[in-house]
Design a binder for this molecule. Structure first.
Ligand SMILES: [Zn+2]
Length: 94
């Protein structure tokens, strides 16, 4: 799966999509099970980003949420719950 950051940089996603909406009903990239009610799209200790169920995130995630670390999403609505920013300075630098 192509990560949102790359899509954003390529101009595929608009800012609203990037900052407020994640995927819905995702499966965990690590255990391949449905991620449950919430999932983290975040960096792993190995480096690459992944959609992770909370169990896998606790084991393989970098241990925090935030810019450059990961975001928590509601897996039913795709709404970002934690770890993002309302600022648009993250990538654009404007
Ligand atoms: Zn998992």
């Amino acid at each position: 799966m192509i990560k949102k950051e790359y899509l954003y940089l390529a101009g595929v996603l608009n800012e609203n999509e990037y900052y407020n909406e994640g995927s819905k009903n995702v499966n965990c990239d690590i255990c391949n099970k449905h991620a449950g009610n919430q999932y983290v799209d975040g960096a792993t200790k190995m480096g690459p980003w992944a959609n992770m169920c909370l169990d896998c995130w606790k084991k393989h995630g970098v241990g925090k949420l935030g810019i450059g670390s990961g975001q928590l999403y509601d897996n039913e609505t795709g709404q970002q719950l934690e770890g993002g920013t309302s600022s648009k300075k993250k990538i654009s630098g404007e």
